[in-house]
Design a protein around this ligand. Structure first.
Ligand SMILES: [Zn+2]
Length: 263
C-alpha cells in the first residue's frame, strides 16, 4: 500500500503504509477519539495515528500523522473507510437544473488518485526578481488554520509554507495566487467532488464527496452488535471487541440464523 505523496523524513520519501488489523476495539477507539477531538483536522490526526500500524517501516504517531500533506491524509481516510468495510454505495444529490432529488451509485475503487508531481513537497515561485520556495500544507497547518479568522487565513498560511526565505517580508494577493497555482502542480490529489447525472433531465450536478466520513462514524451500531453477541453467547465486552471484524459479522449471521430471521 502506497501513499500518493509521502512523508519526507531524513531526506527520504516514505510512502509504504499498513493499517492495524480491524477489530471491534479499534473501531470503538476510532469513534471515541474522533468524538473527543476539537476539530476535524485534529480528529483525522488522532484517527490515522490509531489506525496505521506503520509508515515507511516505522510505527505511526500523531506527530507523523499531522506531518502528512493534506491529500495523503484524505487518501488514507478514504482507504480506511474501505478497509473498515465501506467501499462505496448510494449517495444523494439535488439536481441544480430541475431540482429533482436523485440517488447515484459510487464505487470508491473507481475514483482516480493523482500522484505527486516532480519536486514534491516543494514548489518555487518567481516573485519581484527573487526565487521563493514553499512547501505543501500538512495536517498541522490545517489544525492551526481552525484557530485563525477567515480574513487572515490565506496570508497566515502562506507565511507558514514559506521555506526560503522564511518568514516573507510581505504577502500580497498576487503572490498568494501564484503560490497556490505552483503548489497545485506538485500536490497529489484525491477526488473530493463528482459529477452526478440527473435521471430526470440529464444535467450534471457537482456533488461534494467528503473524504473524512470516518470522523463522523457513530459507535451506536457497533455497541448494538456487541449487545446482541453478549446476550447470545455471554462473552465479555473485551472478548467481543477483540474479534476481527469478519468473525464478528459471522457470529451475528449465526445468531440471526438460529432465531430464524434469515432463511
Ligand atoms: Zn435534473
Amino acid at each position: 500500500m502506497q501513499l500518493p505523496g509521502g512523508l519526507i523524513e531524513g531526506g527520504k520519501r516514505q510512502r509504504q503504509y499498513r493499517f492495524q488489523p480491524v477489530s471491534g476495539s479499534l473501531e470503538l477507539a476510532l469513534t471515541e477519539t474522533a468524538a473527543l477531538a476539537a476539530s476535524t483536522p485534529e480528529a483525522v490526526t488522532r484517527i490515522l495515528a490509531l489506525a496505521l500500524r506503520e509508515l515507511g517501516g516505522q510505527p505511526m504517531s500523531e506527530e507523523r500523522a499531522a506531518s502528512l500533506c493534506v491529500a495523503d491524509r484524505q487518501f488514507l481516510m478514504r482507504e480506511l473507510e474501505r478497509y473498515l468495510g465501506f467501499s462505496g454505495g448510494w449517495f444523494h444529490a439535488d439536481c441544480t437544473a430541475c431540482a429533482a432529488r436523485f440517488d447515484f451509485h459510487l464505487d470508491y475503487a473507481e475514483l482516480p488518485v493523482q500522484e505527486a508531481g516532480a519536486g514534491y513537497p516543494w514548489a518555487t515561485v518567481e516573485h519581484q526578481g527573487r526565487t521563493l520556495r514553499f512547501r505543501l500544507p500538512t495536517g498541522r497547518d490545517q489544525e492551526g488554520l481552525t484557530r485563525i479568522p477567515d480574513d487572515r487565513a490565506r496570508g497566515w498560511l502562506l507565511q507558514r509554507l514559506a521555506c526560503d526565505p522564511a518568514p516573507l517580508d510581505e504577502v500580497d494577493g498576487s503572490l498568494v495566487d501564484s503560490v497556490e497555482a505552483a503548489l497545485e502542480r506538485v500536490a497529489p490529489a484525491v477526488v473530493v467532488q463528482v459529477q452526478a447525472c440527473c435521471p430526470e433531465c440529464g444535467a450534471n450536478t457537482a456533488v461534494d464527496l467528503d473524504p473524512y466520513r470516518v470522523v463522523r462514524r457513530q459507535s451506536d451500531n457497533l455497541l448494538a452488535q456487541v449487545h446482541r453477541i453478549a446476550l447470545h453467547y455471554h462473552w465479555s465486552e473485551a472478548e467481543i471487541l477483540g474479534l476481527p471484524h469478519s468473525r464478528r459479522q459471522r457470529y451475528l449471521e449465526m445468531i440471526d440464523h438460529s432465531r430464524g430471521m434469515v432463511s
